[in-house]
Design a protein around this ligand. Structure first.
Ligand code: 13P
Length: 247
């Protein structure tokens, strides 16, 4: 059976270390005994250190990393090697909110991807169109530029996410993609990867307004898991989502 990934992106939440620890502990407790799902929690970097020092049965990741590594004059940045040395296994790259609010370009995401892979992190790279509609050309441009110079061996250590901006719950008029959208876009991404790399098997997750009530439909539609925003901030709901994905 192929692995299913459920990755929690807490974004810029919660407001205190105590709340972060409580949420983390409740998730750890909630997903105990769940098999066949790789559960990854990506808190804000400032909480990672405490969380990584607790005993837990899931995996931790960061929401971003620097493109420079391992140290240097990059004020405000955290390098991939620092994340790795702190105990992180995963890093989300190229989230649409970083493109929108931090001016991140496809070129920068590509540099971060190279750096993350070199530091032996598993990158979770977000790809997706901004507005709903025909997306094949946009997905192709994004994949080509983000994966520039990435070898077959490297791409096989990468996780991709089809995360259309219009489906992210906090965006105006957001609505989850339909299973048909999901199947079609994952197939498009698979075809592009085939053109770039030949016959490779790379997990492609779905992200955007996922909940315990709709996760199964995305898995059935061909997603190898989900990148979960809002629903990951509620331990009971997130736990239910993980259990549903595992069932
Ligand atoms: P929501 O699950 O809140 O739509 O967020 C999705 C997302 O942006 C995950 O990275």
């Amino acid at each position: 059976m192929e692995k299913t990934y459920i990755i929690a992106n807490w974004k810029m939440n919660p407001a205190s270390a105590k709340e972060a620890q409580n949420l983390f502990d409740a998730v750890v407790q909630g997903v105990q005994g769940v098999e066949n799902v790789e559960v990854v929690v990506c808190p804000p970097a400032i909480y990672l250190y405490n969380i990584l020092n607790t005993k837990y049965n899931l995996h931790a990741g960061a929401q971003d990393c620097a493109f420079a590594d391992p140290t240097g004059a990059h004020t405000g940045e955290i390098s991939p090697t620092m994340l790795k040395n702190a105990g992180c296994e995963y890093v989300i790259l190229g989230h649409s909110e970083r493109k929108k609010y931090a001016g991140e370009t496809l070129e920068i995401i590509n540099k971060k991807l190279h750096a993350a892979l070199a530091a032996n992190l598993t990158p979770v790279v977000c790809i997706g169109e901004a507005t709903r509609g025909e997306n094949a050309a946009e997905l192709e441009v994004q994949l080509q530029q983000v994966l520039a110079g990435i070898s077959v061996a490297q791409v096989q250590r990468t996780i991709l996410v089809y995360e259309p901006e219009w489906a992210i719950s906090t965006n105006k008029n957001a609505q989850a993609a339909t299973p048909e959208d999901c199947t079609k876009s994952i197939a498009i991404m698979g075809t592009i990867l085939g053109k770039l790399y030949g016959d490779v098997a790379i997990p492609i997750l779905y992200g955007g307004s996922t909940h315990s009530s709709n996760i199964q439909q995305f898995l059935k539609a061909g997603a190898h898991g989900a990148l979960v925003g809002g629903a990951s901030l509620d331990a009971a709901e997130f736990t239910q989502l993980v259990k549903t994905a595992a069932s």
